[in-house]
Design a protein around this ligand. Structure first.
Ligand SMILES: Nc1ncnc2c1ncn2[C@@H]1O[C@H](COP(=O)(O)OP(=O)(O)OP(=O)(O)O)[C@@H](O)[C@H]1O
Length: 521
Protein backbone atom coordinates (compact mmCIF):
# COMPACT_ATOMS: atom_id res chain seq x y z
CA UNK A 1 0.00 0.00 0.00
CA UNK A 2 1.28 3.47 -0.82
CA UNK A 3 0.21 6.88 0.31
CA UNK A 4 1.79 10.07 -0.96
CA UNK A 5 1.45 13.65 0.15
CA UNK A 6 0.26 16.09 -2.52
CA UNK A 7 3.73 17.48 -3.04
CA UNK A 8 6.29 14.94 -1.85
CA UNK A 9 9.43 16.58 -0.54
CA UNK A 10 10.15 14.17 2.23
CA UNK A 11 11.58 10.71 2.62
CA UNK A 12 10.32 7.51 1.11
CA UNK A 13 9.47 5.38 4.11
CA UNK A 14 8.39 1.79 4.54
CA UNK A 15 6.35 1.14 7.68
CA UNK A 16 6.15 -2.49 8.79
CA UNK A 17 3.59 -3.27 11.51
CA UNK A 18 0.87 -5.92 11.75
CA UNK A 19 -1.51 -3.80 13.82
CA UNK A 20 -3.66 -1.84 11.34
CA UNK A 21 -4.46 0.92 13.84
CA UNK A 22 -0.83 1.58 14.64
CA UNK A 23 0.15 1.38 10.99
CA UNK A 24 -2.46 4.00 10.18
CA UNK A 25 -1.29 6.21 13.02
CA UNK A 26 2.31 6.06 11.82
CA UNK A 27 1.25 6.60 8.22
CA UNK A 28 -0.85 9.67 9.01
CA UNK A 29 1.89 11.14 11.17
CA UNK A 30 4.46 10.67 8.42
CA UNK A 31 2.20 11.92 5.66
CA UNK A 32 1.59 15.08 7.63
CA UNK A 33 5.35 15.59 7.71
CA UNK A 34 5.45 15.40 3.91
CA UNK A 35 6.85 11.90 3.55
CA UNK A 36 5.87 9.24 1.03
CA UNK A 37 4.71 6.20 2.96
CA UNK A 38 4.51 2.53 1.98
CA UNK A 39 3.12 -0.01 4.42
CA UNK A 40 3.51 -3.73 5.05
CA UNK A 41 1.90 -5.97 7.65
CA UNK A 42 4.34 -8.88 7.58
CA UNK A 43 8.00 -9.65 6.94
CA UNK A 44 7.03 -11.23 3.61
CA UNK A 45 5.19 -8.12 2.47
CA UNK A 46 8.08 -5.96 3.56
CA UNK A 47 10.49 -8.12 1.55
CA UNK A 48 8.28 -7.66 -1.53
CA UNK A 49 8.29 -3.88 -1.09
CA UNK A 50 12.05 -3.86 -0.58
CA UNK A 51 12.62 -6.02 -3.65
CA UNK A 52 10.59 -3.60 -5.77
CA UNK A 53 12.30 -0.40 -4.72
CA UNK A 54 14.60 1.33 -2.31
CA UNK A 55 13.57 3.50 0.62
CA UNK A 56 15.19 6.14 2.74
CA UNK A 57 13.88 4.74 5.97
CA UNK A 58 12.37 1.46 7.12
CA UNK A 59 10.37 1.60 10.36
CA UNK A 60 9.61 -1.86 11.62
CA UNK A 61 7.92 -3.37 14.61
CA UNK A 62 10.01 -6.02 16.32
CA UNK A 63 7.39 -8.78 16.48
CA UNK A 64 5.62 -9.59 13.23
CA UNK A 65 3.35 -12.55 12.44
CA UNK A 66 5.92 -14.30 10.24
CA UNK A 67 9.19 -13.23 11.84
CA UNK A 68 11.11 -10.46 13.56
CA UNK A 69 11.83 -6.91 12.54
CA UNK A 70 15.44 -7.76 13.38
CA UNK A 71 15.43 -10.31 10.54
CA UNK A 72 14.56 -7.55 8.10
CA UNK A 73 17.26 -5.35 9.57
CA UNK A 74 19.87 -8.10 9.26
CA UNK A 75 18.87 -8.70 5.65
CA UNK A 76 19.22 -5.00 4.83
CA UNK A 77 22.69 -4.95 6.38
CA UNK A 78 23.75 -8.18 4.69
CA UNK A 79 22.62 -6.84 1.32
CA UNK A 80 24.45 -3.56 1.96
CA UNK A 81 21.25 -1.64 1.46
CA UNK A 82 21.24 2.05 2.23
CA UNK A 83 17.92 2.26 4.10
CA UNK A 84 18.15 3.55 7.64
CA UNK A 85 16.23 1.27 9.92
CA UNK A 86 14.22 2.28 12.99
CA UNK A 87 13.05 -0.62 15.15
CA UNK A 88 10.03 -0.36 17.45
CA UNK A 89 10.49 -2.47 20.57
CA UNK A 90 8.20 -3.47 23.40
CA UNK A 91 8.27 -1.36 26.55
CA UNK A 92 11.05 -2.32 28.93
CA UNK A 93 12.81 -4.55 26.42
CA UNK A 94 16.32 -3.20 26.84
CA UNK A 95 17.82 -6.30 25.22
CA UNK A 96 15.89 -5.79 22.01
CA UNK A 97 16.82 -2.13 21.80
CA UNK A 98 20.49 -2.83 22.36
CA UNK A 99 20.47 -5.78 19.98
CA UNK A 100 18.80 -3.70 17.27
CA UNK A 101 21.49 -1.03 17.61
CA UNK A 102 24.24 -3.62 17.60
CA UNK A 103 22.78 -5.11 14.43
CA UNK A 104 22.92 -1.76 12.71
CA UNK A 105 19.59 -0.06 13.41
CA UNK A 106 19.82 3.69 13.10
CA UNK A 107 17.69 4.07 16.20
CA UNK A 108 14.88 2.42 18.12
CA UNK A 109 11.57 3.53 19.59
CA UNK A 110 9.80 2.02 22.56
CA UNK A 111 6.09 1.25 22.74
CA UNK A 112 3.84 3.05 23.37
CA UNK A 113 5.42 5.26 20.76
CA UNK A 114 5.54 8.93 21.65
CA UNK A 115 4.62 10.65 18.38
CA UNK A 116 6.83 13.66 19.01
CA UNK A 117 9.77 11.35 19.53
CA UNK A 118 8.70 9.36 16.49
CA UNK A 119 8.81 12.48 14.31
CA UNK A 120 12.13 13.55 15.76
CA UNK A 121 13.78 10.16 15.21
CA UNK A 122 12.48 10.02 11.63
CA UNK A 123 13.76 13.56 11.04
CA UNK A 124 17.18 12.53 12.35
CA UNK A 125 17.23 9.49 10.10
CA UNK A 126 16.33 11.62 7.13
CA UNK A 127 18.92 14.32 6.86
CA UNK A 128 18.82 15.89 3.45
CA UNK A 129 21.53 18.54 3.45
CA UNK A 130 25.09 17.29 3.62
CA UNK A 131 24.28 13.64 4.06
CA UNK A 132 27.55 11.87 4.36
CA UNK A 133 28.71 8.81 2.49
CA UNK A 134 27.94 5.63 4.31
CA UNK A 135 30.33 3.35 6.07
CA UNK A 136 30.70 -0.04 4.46
CA UNK A 137 28.03 -2.51 5.38
CA UNK A 138 29.49 -5.64 6.80
CA UNK A 139 28.52 -8.85 8.39
CA UNK A 140 30.42 -8.86 11.66
CA UNK A 141 27.57 -7.62 13.75
CA UNK A 142 28.87 -4.07 14.01
CA UNK A 143 26.30 -1.37 13.49
CA UNK A 144 26.15 0.05 10.05
CA UNK A 145 23.86 2.86 9.05
CA UNK A 146 24.26 3.37 5.35
CA UNK A 147 23.39 6.76 4.00
CA UNK A 148 22.30 7.78 0.63
CA UNK A 149 23.89 11.06 -0.35
CA UNK A 150 21.91 11.37 -3.52
CA UNK A 151 18.60 10.01 -2.35
CA UNK A 152 18.19 8.69 -5.83
CA UNK A 153 15.55 6.20 -6.77
CA UNK A 154 18.02 3.86 -8.39
CA UNK A 155 18.06 0.23 -7.31
CA UNK A 156 19.68 -0.60 -3.99
CA UNK A 157 22.84 -2.01 -5.51
CA UNK A 158 23.55 1.29 -7.25
CA UNK A 159 22.86 3.30 -4.15
CA UNK A 160 25.68 1.73 -2.20
CA UNK A 161 28.42 4.00 -1.12
CA UNK A 162 32.09 3.33 -1.18
CA UNK A 163 33.58 2.17 2.11
CA UNK A 164 34.48 4.70 4.70
CA UNK A 165 37.68 5.96 3.21
CA UNK A 166 38.56 9.27 4.83
CA UNK A 167 38.82 10.82 1.39
CA UNK A 168 35.13 10.26 0.85
CA UNK A 169 34.13 12.07 4.00
CA UNK A 170 33.17 15.68 4.06
CA UNK A 171 34.18 18.22 6.65
CA UNK A 172 33.83 18.34 9.60
CA UNK A 173 34.00 14.54 9.94
CA UNK A 174 37.18 14.24 7.92
CA UNK A 175 38.73 17.15 9.79
CA UNK A 176 37.98 15.55 13.14
CA UNK A 177 39.60 12.31 12.00
CA UNK A 178 42.59 14.24 10.67
CA UNK A 179 43.04 15.82 14.10
CA UNK A 180 43.72 12.31 15.36
CA UNK A 181 47.29 12.26 14.12
CA UNK A 182 48.75 8.87 13.24
CA UNK A 183 48.68 6.49 10.34
CA UNK A 184 49.89 3.38 12.14
CA UNK A 185 47.72 0.30 11.54
CA UNK A 186 46.33 0.69 15.07
CA UNK A 187 45.26 4.29 14.50
CA UNK A 188 43.93 3.62 11.03
CA UNK A 189 41.76 0.89 12.42
CA UNK A 190 40.44 3.20 15.18
CA UNK A 191 39.59 5.91 12.65
CA UNK A 192 37.96 3.43 10.33
CA UNK A 193 35.83 2.12 13.16
CA UNK A 194 34.81 5.62 14.23
CA UNK A 195 33.75 6.51 10.68
CA UNK A 196 31.81 3.29 10.52
CA UNK A 197 29.93 3.50 13.79
CA UNK A 198 29.43 7.24 14.01
CA UNK A 199 26.24 7.54 12.06
CA UNK A 200 23.65 5.85 14.16
CA UNK A 201 22.22 6.74 17.53
CA UNK A 202 23.96 3.77 19.14
CA UNK A 203 25.81 4.69 22.33
CA UNK A 204 29.59 4.42 22.03
CA UNK A 205 32.01 3.62 24.83
CA UNK A 206 35.55 4.81 24.17
CA UNK A 207 38.10 2.84 26.13
CA UNK A 208 41.78 3.55 26.51
CA UNK A 209 44.53 4.51 28.91
CA UNK A 210 44.75 8.02 30.22
CA UNK A 211 45.96 10.54 27.65
CA UNK A 212 45.54 8.29 24.60
CA UNK A 213 43.11 10.65 22.88
CA UNK A 214 39.71 9.35 23.98
CA UNK A 215 38.14 12.78 23.87
CA UNK A 216 39.47 13.34 20.36
CA UNK A 217 37.90 10.02 19.38
CA UNK A 218 34.58 11.08 20.92
CA UNK A 219 34.71 14.36 19.02
CA UNK A 220 35.33 12.43 15.82
CA UNK A 221 32.29 10.23 16.49
CA UNK A 222 30.19 13.37 16.87
CA UNK A 223 31.67 15.11 13.85
CA UNK A 224 31.04 12.08 11.64
CA UNK A 225 27.45 11.68 12.78
CA UNK A 226 24.33 13.27 11.40
CA UNK A 227 24.35 15.38 14.56
CA UNK A 228 27.57 17.16 13.71
CA UNK A 229 25.83 20.53 13.43
CA UNK A 230 24.47 20.08 16.96
CA UNK A 231 26.40 20.66 20.17
CA UNK A 232 29.15 18.41 21.54
CA UNK A 233 28.94 18.67 25.32
CA UNK A 234 31.87 17.12 27.22
CA UNK A 235 31.37 16.31 30.88
CA UNK A 236 34.03 15.04 33.26
CA UNK A 237 31.95 12.78 35.49
CA UNK A 238 34.73 12.55 38.05
CA UNK A 239 35.03 16.30 38.53
CA UNK A 240 31.51 17.16 39.68
CA UNK A 241 30.69 17.17 43.40
CA UNK A 242 28.25 14.37 44.12
CA UNK A 243 25.56 16.67 45.55
CA UNK A 244 25.47 18.73 42.36
CA UNK A 245 25.40 15.86 39.87
CA UNK A 246 21.65 15.72 39.37
CA UNK A 247 21.28 19.47 38.81
CA UNK A 248 24.30 19.50 36.50
CA UNK A 249 23.01 16.61 34.41
CA UNK A 250 19.30 17.33 34.29
CA UNK A 251 19.02 21.04 35.09
CA UNK A 252 17.32 22.79 37.98
CA UNK A 253 14.56 25.28 38.56
CA UNK A 254 15.18 28.47 40.44
CA UNK A 255 15.16 27.88 44.19
CA UNK A 256 15.25 24.08 43.88
CA UNK A 257 18.42 23.96 45.96
CA UNK A 258 20.51 26.40 47.92
CA UNK A 259 22.32 28.54 45.43
CA UNK A 260 19.96 27.94 42.51
CA UNK A 261 19.26 31.61 41.88
CA UNK A 262 17.91 31.11 38.38
CA UNK A 263 16.59 28.30 36.22
CA UNK A 264 19.50 26.46 34.71
CA UNK A 265 19.69 23.84 32.05
CA UNK A 266 21.58 20.62 32.53
CA UNK A 267 24.05 18.82 30.30
CA UNK A 268 21.25 16.81 28.70
CA UNK A 269 19.38 19.94 27.65
CA UNK A 270 22.60 21.59 26.47
CA UNK A 271 23.37 18.59 24.27
CA UNK A 272 19.93 18.49 22.57
CA UNK A 273 20.27 17.52 18.95
CA UNK A 274 23.94 16.72 19.54
CA UNK A 275 26.23 14.48 21.55
CA UNK A 276 26.73 14.25 25.29
CA UNK A 277 30.26 13.04 26.03
CA UNK A 278 30.50 11.46 29.48
CA UNK A 279 34.21 11.30 30.20
CA UNK A 280 35.47 9.20 33.12
CA UNK A 281 32.09 7.49 33.29
CA UNK A 282 33.59 4.92 35.66
CA UNK A 283 33.83 7.65 38.30
CA UNK A 284 30.07 8.26 38.43
CA UNK A 285 28.64 7.33 41.85
CA UNK A 286 26.18 4.44 41.90
CA UNK A 287 23.17 6.59 42.84
CA UNK A 288 23.77 8.82 39.84
CA UNK A 289 24.32 5.78 37.60
CA UNK A 290 20.72 4.74 38.29
CA UNK A 291 19.41 8.19 37.32
CA UNK A 292 21.52 8.28 34.19
CA UNK A 293 20.26 4.86 33.14
CA UNK A 294 16.69 6.01 33.48
CA UNK A 295 17.33 9.17 31.46
CA UNK A 296 18.94 7.11 28.69
CA UNK A 297 16.15 4.55 28.65
CA UNK A 298 13.28 7.00 28.79
CA UNK A 299 14.99 9.73 26.80
CA UNK A 300 13.41 12.10 29.23
CA UNK A 301 14.78 14.02 32.17
CA UNK A 302 13.22 15.92 35.02
CA UNK A 303 15.05 19.04 36.17
CA UNK A 304 15.36 19.46 39.94
CA UNK A 305 12.34 21.29 41.31
CA UNK A 306 10.26 20.50 38.23
CA UNK A 307 7.21 18.25 38.22
CA UNK A 308 7.19 17.52 34.49
CA UNK A 309 9.71 15.49 32.57
CA UNK A 310 11.05 16.81 29.30
CA UNK A 311 12.13 14.87 26.24
CA UNK A 312 15.80 15.07 25.34
CA UNK A 313 17.28 14.00 22.05
CA UNK A 314 20.95 13.31 22.68
CA UNK A 315 23.43 10.70 21.63
CA UNK A 316 25.58 9.37 24.43
CA UNK A 317 29.28 8.76 23.96
CA UNK A 318 31.17 7.84 27.11
CA UNK A 319 34.80 7.16 27.90
CA UNK A 320 36.81 5.47 30.58
CA UNK A 321 40.33 4.32 31.30
CA UNK A 322 38.93 1.78 33.75
CA UNK A 323 38.04 -1.81 33.03
CA UNK A 324 34.29 -1.30 33.38
CA UNK A 325 33.52 -5.00 33.21
CA UNK A 326 35.75 -5.47 36.26
CA UNK A 327 34.04 -2.50 37.93
CA UNK A 328 30.72 -4.26 37.34
CA UNK A 329 32.12 -7.42 38.90
CA UNK A 330 33.32 -5.43 41.88
CA UNK A 331 29.86 -3.90 42.32
CA UNK A 332 31.03 -0.37 41.60
CA UNK A 333 29.31 -0.01 38.25
CA UNK A 334 25.77 -0.98 37.35
CA UNK A 335 25.63 -3.86 34.93
CA UNK A 336 22.51 -2.53 33.20
CA UNK A 337 24.11 0.86 32.62
CA UNK A 338 27.29 -0.77 31.33
CA UNK A 339 25.20 -2.80 28.92
CA UNK A 340 23.38 0.32 27.78
CA UNK A 341 26.51 2.44 27.28
CA UNK A 342 28.70 -0.22 25.74
CA UNK A 343 26.61 -0.92 22.63
CA UNK A 344 29.66 -0.11 20.53
CA UNK A 345 33.18 -0.06 21.90
CA UNK A 346 36.00 1.97 20.39
CA UNK A 347 39.40 1.13 21.85
CA UNK A 348 42.11 3.77 21.57
CA UNK A 349 45.48 2.00 21.77
CA UNK A 350 48.31 3.21 24.02
CA UNK A 351 51.17 5.06 22.39
CA UNK A 352 53.55 2.14 22.93
CA UNK A 353 51.49 0.14 20.43
CA UNK A 354 51.86 2.81 17.75
CA UNK A 355 55.36 4.14 18.13
CA UNK A 356 55.61 4.70 14.40
CA UNK A 357 53.19 7.61 14.91
CA UNK A 358 55.65 9.45 17.17
CA UNK A 359 57.38 11.63 14.54
CA UNK A 360 54.08 12.83 13.08
CA UNK A 361 52.62 13.31 16.55
CA UNK A 362 55.62 15.35 17.71
CA UNK A 363 55.35 17.53 14.63
CA UNK A 364 51.62 18.10 15.15
CA UNK A 365 51.95 18.75 18.88
CA UNK A 366 54.89 21.12 18.42
CA UNK A 367 52.93 23.04 15.81
CA UNK A 368 50.32 23.76 18.49
CA UNK A 369 52.88 25.34 20.80
CA UNK A 370 53.15 29.10 20.22
CA UNK A 371 56.48 30.07 18.65
CA UNK A 372 58.87 32.89 19.48
CA UNK A 373 57.37 35.21 16.88
CA UNK A 374 59.98 34.43 14.22
CA UNK A 375 57.52 32.22 12.39
CA UNK A 376 59.96 29.29 12.54
CA UNK A 377 58.27 26.09 13.71
CA UNK A 378 59.64 24.23 16.67
CA UNK A 379 61.61 21.24 15.52
CA UNK A 380 63.22 18.35 17.28
CA UNK A 381 66.86 17.52 16.86
CA UNK A 382 67.74 14.02 15.81
CA UNK A 383 68.89 13.22 19.30
CA UNK A 384 65.69 14.47 20.85
CA UNK A 385 63.67 12.37 18.45
CA UNK A 386 65.81 9.36 19.33
CA UNK A 387 65.17 10.01 23.00
CA UNK A 388 61.45 10.22 22.43
CA UNK A 389 61.38 7.07 20.35
CA UNK A 390 63.06 5.23 23.20
CA UNK A 391 61.06 6.72 26.07
CA UNK A 392 58.42 4.63 27.86
CA UNK A 393 55.73 7.37 27.52
CA UNK A 394 53.34 5.57 29.82
CA UNK A 395 51.31 8.79 29.97
CA UNK A 396 50.60 8.51 26.26
CA UNK A 397 49.98 11.52 24.03
CA UNK A 398 49.30 13.84 26.94
CA UNK A 399 52.67 13.00 28.45
CA UNK A 400 54.32 13.57 25.10
CA UNK A 401 52.56 16.91 24.80
CA UNK A 402 53.68 17.97 28.28
CA UNK A 403 57.20 16.86 27.56
CA UNK A 404 57.35 18.93 24.39
CA UNK A 405 55.87 21.95 26.15
CA UNK A 406 58.49 21.65 28.84
CA UNK A 407 61.27 21.28 26.34
CA UNK A 408 60.14 24.33 24.39
CA UNK A 409 59.69 26.36 27.56
CA UNK A 410 63.09 25.43 28.94
CA UNK A 411 65.04 25.14 25.71
CA UNK A 412 67.48 27.71 24.46
CA UNK A 413 66.31 28.49 20.99
CA UNK A 414 68.78 27.41 18.40
CA UNK A 415 68.58 27.67 14.62
CA UNK A 416 65.58 25.45 14.62
CA UNK A 417 63.88 27.58 17.25
CA UNK A 418 64.04 24.60 19.58
CA UNK A 419 66.63 24.13 22.23
CA UNK A 420 69.06 21.35 22.87
CA UNK A 421 67.96 21.00 26.46
CA UNK A 422 67.51 17.34 27.26
CA UNK A 423 63.88 16.46 26.94
CA UNK A 424 63.91 13.97 29.71
CA UNK A 425 64.63 15.99 32.78
CA UNK A 426 62.80 13.44 34.85
CA UNK A 427 62.45 9.86 33.76
CA UNK A 428 65.56 8.98 31.79
CA UNK A 429 67.61 11.18 34.12
CA UNK A 430 66.99 8.58 36.75
CA UNK A 431 68.44 5.97 34.48
CA UNK A 432 71.37 8.09 33.48
CA UNK A 433 72.11 8.67 37.16
CA UNK A 434 71.92 5.04 37.74
CA UNK A 435 75.21 3.19 37.70
CA UNK A 436 73.27 0.01 37.24
CA UNK A 437 72.67 1.03 33.69
CA UNK A 438 75.47 3.62 33.46
CA UNK A 439 74.61 5.05 30.08
CA UNK A 440 73.82 8.57 28.94
CA UNK A 441 70.31 9.55 28.08
CA UNK A 442 69.78 9.49 24.37
CA UNK A 443 73.11 7.78 23.74
CA UNK A 444 71.26 4.82 22.38
CA UNK A 445 67.80 3.51 22.83
CA UNK A 446 69.09 0.99 25.33
CA UNK A 447 68.79 3.02 28.55
CA UNK A 448 65.15 3.75 27.99
CA UNK A 449 64.56 0.27 26.77
CA UNK A 450 65.92 -0.84 30.10
CA UNK A 451 62.91 0.88 31.68
CA UNK A 452 60.49 -0.76 29.39
CA UNK A 453 58.45 -3.60 30.80
CA UNK A 454 59.01 -5.46 27.54
CA UNK A 455 62.81 -5.52 27.73
CA UNK A 456 64.36 -8.79 28.72
CA UNK A 457 67.93 -7.95 29.74
CA UNK A 458 68.66 -8.27 33.45
CA UNK A 459 69.85 -5.29 35.49
CA UNK A 460 73.40 -5.56 36.77
CA UNK A 461 72.37 -4.27 40.20
CA UNK A 462 68.76 -5.00 41.13
CA UNK A 463 68.59 -2.69 44.17
CA UNK A 464 69.83 0.32 42.25
CA UNK A 465 67.69 -0.54 39.30
CA UNK A 466 64.61 -0.74 41.49
CA UNK A 467 65.53 2.58 43.10
CA UNK A 468 65.77 4.10 39.66
CA UNK A 469 62.32 2.78 38.81
CA UNK A 470 60.86 4.14 42.02
CA UNK A 471 62.52 7.49 41.49
CA UNK A 472 61.16 7.70 37.97
CA UNK A 473 57.61 7.02 39.14
CA UNK A 474 57.82 9.50 42.01
CA UNK A 475 59.30 12.22 39.85
CA UNK A 476 56.60 11.72 37.27
CA UNK A 477 53.80 11.88 39.80
CA UNK A 478 55.33 15.00 41.34
CA UNK A 479 55.77 16.51 37.91
CA UNK A 480 52.16 15.82 36.99
CA UNK A 481 50.90 17.42 40.17
CA UNK A 482 53.07 20.56 40.05
CA UNK A 483 55.20 19.09 42.86
CA UNK A 484 52.24 18.86 45.20
CA UNK A 485 53.33 16.02 47.47
CA UNK A 486 49.88 15.31 48.85
CA UNK A 487 48.38 15.02 45.35
CA UNK A 488 51.34 12.98 44.08
CA UNK A 489 51.04 10.64 47.07
CA UNK A 490 47.32 10.21 46.39
CA UNK A 491 48.07 9.37 42.75
CA UNK A 492 50.36 6.59 43.89
CA UNK A 493 48.24 5.25 46.73
CA UNK A 494 50.68 6.56 49.35
CA UNK A 495 50.18 8.90 52.27
CA UNK A 496 52.14 12.09 52.79
CA UNK A 497 54.48 10.56 55.30
CA UNK A 498 55.34 7.69 52.94
CA UNK A 499 56.05 9.92 49.95
CA UNK A 500 58.20 12.23 52.08
CA UNK A 501 60.21 9.26 53.28
CA UNK A 502 60.72 7.94 49.77
CA UNK A 503 61.67 11.33 48.38
CA UNK A 504 64.20 11.84 51.10
CA UNK A 505 65.67 8.35 50.66
CA UNK A 506 66.05 8.88 46.92
CA UNK A 507 67.24 12.48 47.24
CA UNK A 508 64.34 13.96 45.28
CA UNK A 509 63.97 17.67 45.85
CA UNK A 510 61.78 20.29 44.26
CA UNK A 511 63.27 21.99 41.17
CA UNK A 512 64.46 25.47 42.08
CA UNK A 513 65.29 24.60 45.66
CA UNK A 514 68.90 24.96 46.83
CA UNK A 515 69.61 21.32 46.56
CA UNK A 516 70.05 19.72 43.13
CA UNK A 517 66.72 19.25 41.38
CA UNK A 518 65.51 15.73 40.99
CA UNK A 519 66.04 15.90 37.26
CA UNK A 520 69.58 17.30 37.48
CA UNK A 521 72.34 15.12 36.26
N1 LIG B 1 46.22 11.11 17.89
C1 LIG B 1 46.39 12.35 18.38
N2 LIG B 1 46.78 13.35 17.60
C2 LIG B 1 46.98 14.59 18.07
N3 LIG B 1 46.80 14.93 19.36
C3 LIG B 1 46.40 13.98 20.20
C4 LIG B 1 46.17 12.64 19.75
N4 LIG B 1 45.76 11.90 20.81
C5 LIG B 1 45.74 12.74 21.85
N5 LIG B 1 46.11 13.98 21.49
C6 LIG B 1 46.23 15.14 22.38
O1 LIG B 1 46.65 14.65 23.64
C7 LIG B 1 45.95 15.29 24.69
C8 LIG B 1 45.16 14.25 25.46
O2 LIG B 1 44.10 13.77 24.63
P1 LIG B 1 42.64 13.45 25.20
O3 LIG B 1 42.24 14.47 26.22
O4 LIG B 1 41.74 13.23 24.05
O5 LIG B 1 42.99 12.10 25.94
P2 LIG B 1 42.09 11.24 26.92
O6 LIG B 1 42.38 9.81 26.62
O7 LIG B 1 40.67 11.71 26.83
O8 LIG B 1 42.69 11.64 28.32
P3 LIG B 1 42.07 11.33 29.79
O9 LIG B 1 42.00 9.86 29.96
O10 LIG B 1 43.06 11.95 30.71
O11 LIG B 1 40.73 12.01 29.82
C9 LIG B 1 45.06 16.35 24.03
O12 LIG B 1 45.74 17.57 24.01
C10 LIG B 1 44.90 15.83 22.63
O13 LIG B 1 44.67 16.87 21.72
Amino acid sequence: MTASPPNPVGARILVVDDEPDLRTLYELTLLREGHEVHAAGTVAEARDELAAQSFDIVITDMRLPDGLGLDLLRELVAQQRTERCIVITAYGSAENAVEALKCGAFDYLTKPVDLRQFRSVVASAFQTPGRLPAPAAKTTGEPVTPDDPTRSTTPPADRRNSPSSDAGLQAPGAQALARMVGESPAMRSVKHRIAKVARSMAPVLVHGESGTGKELAAQAVHANSHRHAGPFVPVNCGAIPENLLEAEFFGARKGSYTGAATDRQGFFQAARGGTLFLDEIGDLPLAMQAKLLRAIQERRVRPLGETQEEAVDVRIVSATHKDLAAEVQAGRFRQDLYYRLNVIEVVVPPLRERREDLPALCEALLARIPGDGSGAPHRLTERQMTDILAAPLDGNVRELENLLHRAVALGEAGDSGFGELPLFDSAPAAIADDPATSREVGETSAPSAAMSPTQDTLPEDLERWLDAQERRVLVRALDETGFNRTAAAALLGLNLRQIRYRMSRLGITEPGSDEPADGDR
